[in-house]
Design a protein around this ligand. Structure first.
Ligand SMILES: Nc1ncnc2c1ncn2[C@@H]1O[C@H](COP(=O)(O)OP(=O)(O)OP(=O)(O)O)[C@@H](O)[C@H]1O
Length: 300
């Protein structure tokens, strides 16, 4: 998937403001960003559901603005607000959708993969919110997609369902499926994605490997301890062991309140996004972002 200079303007407002991005075949890519950043707009353009104002987009070798039925059958889409309701049962709705694809997965296999065996004969409208979301996921994968779009797929899932979903995504990835995931759960992105992009105010702030994004400096461990006088200290260091050893030597005993904290993807993400977010919580303009983050890392 290749995106160059993508823009989407609503009225005078640029929701997507010049995005360049490549997503490689077979990778799982997480698109991260605060509410209103432009994630869904970008994803919907890639899915062919939304027109773009400017830029070039290539998805599985096709411009989504002109993607026909064959192209669509190669995609799997889990929209942000699916909510497949109505009078059909889980198995019936999946059978119906499976019939629209040339090479669908067996319906019962899909039902098992999303953990809905016990509800296969229940009407979708009678399922809980989290169970309906699992139906959305099932509908996204029943066509055996080459490219799967997951827009906040696990919203409303209980912790066990989320773990089960992660296993499902790993197995799809192992089969070679390319996956574009948007999520507000940073642990989910860290668990599943090979690479991530952070977007705010329609611009990509950073793109990189899930263990690299934000740069090395953002991942330096933080050591916290309390000294003999009861004063709290914290220091960032690449050599936390040596720092702890020197603190122990100085105190002559185990330090109180000792902690070594390694920044998580969530910490790194929050640092990135806060650097371009105004104090009142509104995201600043695109020109300010360009100044704040400097040059973006190019992706292959
Ligand atoms: N049809 C529309 N008309 C006008 N503005 C829109 C339209 N759709 C989206 N927007 C605006 O574009 C911006 C980006 O919205 P988008 O839904 O892409 O954000 P998002 O990153 O997916 O947010 P969230 O995390 O809340 O889902 C928002 O400011 C939104 O209000």
């Amino acid at each position: 998937m290749r995106i160059r200079g993508l823009r989407k303007v609503y009225g005078g407002f640029a929701a997507v403001d010049g995005i360049d991005l490549d997503i490689h075949h077979g990778e799982t890519f997480a698109l991260l960003g605060p509410n209103g950043a432009g994630k869904s707009t970008t994803v919907e353009i890639l899915e062919g559901y939304r027109s773009r104002t400017a830029g070039e987009v290539d998805v599985l070798g096709v411009d989504p603005a002109h993607g026909g039925r064959d192209w669509k059958s190669r995609l799997g889409i889990v929209l942000q607000s699916g909510g497949e309701t109505g009078l059909l049962t889980v198995r019936e709705v999946l059978r119906h959708f499976a019939g629209l694809y040339p090479n669908p997965r067996p319906v019962d296999e899909v039902i098992a993969a999303v953990g809905l065996e016990a509800k296969a004969n229940t009407r979708v409208a009678k399922l809980s919110g989290g169970q309906q979301r699992r139906v959305d996921v099932a509908l996204g994968i029943v066509g055996r997609p080459e490219l799967l779009f997951l827009d906040e797929p696990t919203t409303g899932f209980d912790p066990e369902a989320r773990q089960q979903f992660w296993e499902l995504i790993r197995s799809l990835k192992a089969e070679g499926t390319t996956i574009l995931l948007t999520t507000h759960y940073l642990d989910e992105a860290a668990q599943l994605a090979d690479r991530a992009g952070v977007i705010a105010a329609g611009r990509l702030l950073d793109v990189g490997g899930i263990d690299e994004i934000g740069g090395e400096a953002a991942r330096v461990p933080l050591v916290r301890w309390t000294d003999a006088a009861g004063e709290p200290h914290e220091e960032r260091t690449d050599e936390p062991g040596l720092l702890v050893a020197s603190v122990v030597a100085e105190l002559g005993r185990e330090p109180d309140g000792l902690e070594i904290v390694r920044p998580t993807l969530e910490d790194v993400y929050l640092d990135l996004v806060r650097s371009v977010t105004a104090i009142d919580g509104t995201t600043v303009g695109a020109d300010d972002i360009a100044g704040a983050v400097g040059s973006q890392e190019a992706v292959a």
